[in-house]
Write a protein that binds this ligand. Structure first.
Ligand SMILES: Nc1ncnc2c1ncn2[C@@H]1O[C@H](COP(=O)(O)OP(=O)(O)OP(=O)(O)O)[C@@H](O)[C@H]1O
Length: 325
């Protein structure tokens, strides 16, 4: 059953159509990521679920209950923002207790739940610390704890990791995934970082221009994007027109060298340049009127004849009117 459902949701602001007839079912317990280029409507979709972006049309349900007409505080969704949004004048424990206090939870019960949450987040030693004394990663863990402490049916995450540096981001990514699995909480997260979406999500919702283009598990999205624009967004950087279709592939899956290694697609050309890419060389080739890029185990001098070859499984075929084969 879908824990969260959007049915024909449209949002217009003035003349602008921000979301266009969006329908989506978020399965209970899933980790679903909203992914797409800047301005495609990801954040607006998330805010519409939280109650911060009024609908022009359509409905939103949690379980079998319509929430479209409810104010944010009555939706029971919990949201975590990129900016942490913690209370600077409260210490860690007080921040965690705050949503419980708002809901009239007794003092004893608050203390019990805050202690359990601190334990769960591995921050028991920080209960009395002021927020200003925490690192970015610790702050974001507290923000996550504050969202989860009310046992919300849905967790909404708006780029929660993007303010953190790369190493902390990777650690927190794993923690977030573990916590989500352990709690089994239905999670909807906005990210513009495809690596993050691919590694975290069970399902990715790919958006463009206020619409949903594709909903798929990470592997399917990566290997069989719905259309050429989606493929390009996902890093497919080589396009070869063939008849009425376009063959597309990632340079990371193609080989360049003095011999053709793979049988799927083979073309001979001349080397434009070679750039070291760590462990392998990225080689640009002029192939007839095309410029193609592939990886090689050695640097090749500009002007040398060379082959580019691509294995069958790495080839995607698109034509103007049909989806990926
Ligand atoms: N309150 C508003 N008034 C007018 N236009 C808005 C408003 N909020 C969002 N938009 C526009 O709606 C579009 C979608 O915005 P949204 O923030 O949902 O996109 P996004 O996919 O989350 O982008 P990003 O990754 O850059 O955050 C953008 O073109 C934005 O400029």
């Amino acid at each position: 059953m879908a824990a969260l459902e959007l049915e024909n949701v449209s949002i217009r602001i003035g003349q602008a159509r921000i979301l266009n007839d969006v329908s989506l079912q978020v399965p209970a317990g899933s980790f679903t990521c909203l992914l797409g280029p800047s301005g495609c409507g990801k954040t607006t979709l998330l805010r519409s679920v939280a109650g911060f972006a009024p609908l022009s049309a359509g409905d939103i349900r949690i379980g079998d209950r319509s929430i479209a007409g409810l104010p944010p505080e009555r939706r029971e969704t919990a949201m975590v923002f990129q900016s942490y949004a913690l209370w600077p004048h409260m210490n860690v424990g007080e921040n965690l207790a705050y949503p419980l206090k708002l809901r009239g939870v007794s003092r004893g019960e608050r203390e019990r739940r805050v202690a359990a949450m601190l334990e769960r987040l591995d921050l028991a030693h920080c209960a009395k610390r002021p927020i200003g004394a925490l690192s970015g990663g610790q702050r974001q863990r507290i923000a996550l704890g504050r969202a989860l402490i009310i046992d919300p049916p849905i967790l909404l995450l708006d780029e929660p990791l993007s303010n953190l540096d790369a190493a902390i981001r990777r650690t927190l990514r794993t923690e977030l995934r573990d916590l989500q699995r352990r709690l089994g909480i239905t999670t909807l997260m906005v990210t513009h970082d495809q690596e993050e979406a691919l590694s975290l999500a069970d399902r990715i919702v790919l958006m463009r221009d206020g619409r949903i283009i594709q909903v798929a598990d990470p592997e399917t999205l990566y290997t069989a994007p719905a259309d050429l624009d989606t493929a390009r967004f996902l890093g497919v950087d080589n396009l070869v027109p063939e008849g009425g279709a376009t063959l597309a592939f990632r340079s990371t899956q193609a080989h360049a060298g003095p011999r053709a290694l793979h049988a799927g697609l083979r073309r001979q050309g001349r080397v434009i340049d070679s750039t070291y890419a760590g462990g392998a060389w990225r080689i640009r080739l002029a192939v007839a009127e095309l410029e193609l890029t592939a990886m090689g185990e050695a640097s090749l001098a500009a002007g040398t004849p060379a082959w580019i070859s691509v294995p069958d499984h790495a080839l995607m075929r698109f034509d103007a009117h049909r989806d990926a084969a």
